[in-house]
Design a protein around this ligand. Structure first.
Ligand code: IFM
Length: 457
C-alpha cells in the first residue's frame, strides 16, 4: 500500500445545490423557479418527479450539518436559490428566504465547516424566464442585483463565492439541447445565453468583493478533455470543435482571450450565428468577463471521445462515442476515466494560469442500495473517488494549483432530467422516510479527510 498525502490546508469537502436537496418549494415566500415549471411539465423528467420535497434539507439542515460534522467535513459547497431571495427575480427581497441561508451559514460555522456559496445553480426565477431568461441582457443585470443582496447579507461570514455553476449546462442543456430547464432548442439563443451568463459573472465579481471584504470569488465550469476517436483528420477536427464547444467557449473569454475565433467561424458556417457573429456582445463586455478571479472551480466527471459524424438532434454537433467497455460506465452512462482529470488540470494550468483551482465537483452515480444489515457497500464509488483523488494529486505534482476537492454529492438527490433514478450521494437517502445512511464511501472519505492522504494498492 502507498500513502499519497496532500499539502496541509488542502480543502476537502462535499457539494450540493439548492433545487436538488432543499424541497420546501412553496414555503416562506419562495417564488417559482424554471425547474419547478420544467419538472412539472410532463415528459421532461424521466421518472416524472420534481424537487418539491427532495431531501427536505430546508427543514433538516441542522441534522445534515451534524452528519457532515460526524464525517469530519470541513468545507461545504451549497447554492442559494434565487427565487427564495427575490421571488420576482429583482426588486423586493424576501427576508424569510434570506434568513434561511443566514441560519444555514451560522450553523455551518458553529460546526467548524466553511461555506462555499454558489449563487446560481440553475434555479432561475420563472418570471425572468418569462421575459426570455438568459437570452436577455436584463437577466444578467438582475443577477448582479441578486448577488449584491446575498453578498451583503452573508458577506461578513461567507468568504468563498462561486458566481455560476457550469455555464455550459445553463446555456447548452437549457437553450440548445432542451434537456434542462427552460427546455428550449435554439442554438443562437443558447450562444447568446452563454454570453449573458458570463457577463453576469463578470459584472457580479466586483459587487461581491465590495460586499464581502477579503473574500475569494470565482466561477465553476464543467470541463472535459476532448479526444478524437481515430487518428483521421476529420475526427481530429471534430475533437477540436467539441473542445471549443464545451471548454474553450467558456475558458477563453474568462481568461481574456475573447470567444474562440474557430468556434465563431464554425457557428456562422453552420447557421447558428449570423455572418456578423455573436451580436449580443457590446463594447466593454469582454473586459468585464475577463475580470481577474481568485480561483477557477472545475467540475470533472468524464472525457469526450469524439467522431466526425454529426448528431442531427444536437444541431449537427460531432458525435460522442464510447471506447471503454460498458463495465467502466457509470449509471449516467459516462465513462470512468480518472486520468482525464490529471490531463484537464494540467492543461488548464498551463494554458490559462488560474491563480488557484478548486475541484468543485467530482463523483459518481451508482445506485447500490443498503444491504439487509442496513450498510451501503458502494465499493465502486470508493474506488472511483480514490482514483480521481490520485489523478488530481499527480496534476498537483505537475504544478496545477489545486487547493481543494469537493465530492459530488453529500446526499443522494434530485438529478435534474433523470429525477431520483441516479444516486450520486456518499450518503444514502431514503426518500420515503428521509433517513440518511452514510455509505461505505463516506466512511472511507472521513479517513481521507482526517489523514489528508489517500492509501492506494
Ligand atoms: O447533479 C449534477 C450537478 O447539479 C451539476 N454537476 C453535475 C452533477 C451530476 O450530473
Amino acid at each position: 500500500m502507498t500513502n499519497i498525502s496532500f499539502p496541509s490546508g488542502f480543502a476537502w469537502g462535499v457539494a450540493t445545490s439548492s433545487y436538488q436537496i432543499e424541497g420546501a418549494a412553496m414555503e416562506d415566500g419562495r417564488g417559482e423557479s424554471i425547474w419547478d415549471r420544467f419538472s412539472k411539465t410532463p415528459g421532461k423528467v424521466k421518472d416524472g418527479t420534481d424537487g418539491d420535497v427532495a431531501c427536505d434539507h430546508y427543514h433538516r439542515f441542522r441534522d445534515d450539518i451534524a452528519l457532515m460534522k460526524s464525517l469530519g467535513v470541513k468545507h461545504y459547497r451549497f447554492s442559494v436559490a434565487w427565487p427564495r431571495i427575490l421571488p420576482a427575480g429583482r426588486g423586493k427581497v424576501n427576508q424569510p428566504g434570506l434568513d434561511f441561508y443566514g441560519r444555514l451559514v451560522d450553523a455551518l460555522l458553529e460546526a467548524g465547516i466553511e461555506p462555499f456559496v454558489t449563487l446560481y445553480h440553475w434555479d432561475l426565477p420563472q418570471v425572468l424566464q418569462d421575459e426570455g431568461g438568459w437570452v436577455r441582457r436584463s437577466t444578467a443585470e438582475a443577477f448582479v442585483e441578486y448577488s449584491s443582496v446575498v453578498a451583503r447579507a452573508l458577506g461578513d461570514r461567507v468568504k468563498k463565492w462561486i458566481t455560476h455553476n457550469e455555464p455550459w449546462c445553463t446555456s447548452m442543456l437549457g437553450y440548445q439541447l432542451g434537456i434542462h430547464a427552460p427546455g428550449l432548442k435554439d442554438y443562437r439563443s443558447a450562444l447568446e445565453a452563454s454570453h449573458h451568463v458570463l457577463l453576469s459573472h463578470g459584472l457580479a465579481v466586483p459587487v461581491i468583493r465590495a460586499a464581502s471584504p477579503g473574500a475569494e470569488v470565482g466561477i465553476t465550469l464543467n470541463l472535459a478533455p476532448a479526444e478524437p476517436a481515430s487518428p483521421s483528420a476529420a475526427d481530429h477536427d471534430a475533437a477540436r470543435h467539441h473542445d471549443g464547444y464545451s471548454n474553450r467557449w467558456f475558458l477563453d473569454p474568462l481568461f481574456g482571450h475573447h470567444y474562440p475565433a474557430d468556434m465563431i467561424a464554425d457557428h456562422i458556417a453552420a447557421g447558428h450565428l449570423p455572418p456578423e457573429g455573436l451580436t449580443v456582445v457590446r463594447p466593454g463586455d469582454l473586459e468585464a468577463i475577463a475580470v481577474k478571479c481568485d480561483f477557477l472551480g472545475i467540475n470533472y466527471y468524464s472525457r469526450a471521445v469524439v467522431r466526425s459524424d454529426k448528431v442531427p438532434e444536437a444541431e449537427n454537433e460531432p458525435r460522442k462515442v464510447f471506447v471503454a467497455p460498458e463495465k467502466d460506465w457509470t449509471e449516467m452512462g459516462w465513462e470512468v476515466y480518472p486520468d482525464g482529470l490529471r490531463e484537464l488540470l494540467l492543461r488548464v494550468h498551463f494554458e490559462y494560469r488560474p491563480r488557484k483551482i478548486y475541484i468543485t465537483e467530482n463523483g459518481v452515480s451508482y445506485s447500490t442500495p443498503p444491504g439487509p444489515d442496513g450498510r451501503v457497500r458502494d465499493e465502486k464509488r470508493l474506488t472511483f473517488l480514490r482514483d480521481h483523488f490520485v489523478a488530481a494529486r499527480r496534476a498537483m505534482e505537475g504544478g496545477a494549483p489545486v487547493a481543494g476537492y469537493f465530492v459530488w454529492s453529500l446526499l443522494d438527490n434530485f438529478e435534474w432530467d433523470r429525477g431520483y433514478s441516479q444516486r450520486f450521494g456518499i450518503v444514502w437517502v431514503d426518500y420515503k422516510t428521509q433517513q440518511r445512511i452514510p455509505k461505505d464511501s463516506a466512511l472511507w472519505y472521513r479517513g481521507v479527510m482526517a489523514e489528508n492522504a489517500v492509501t492506494v494498492p
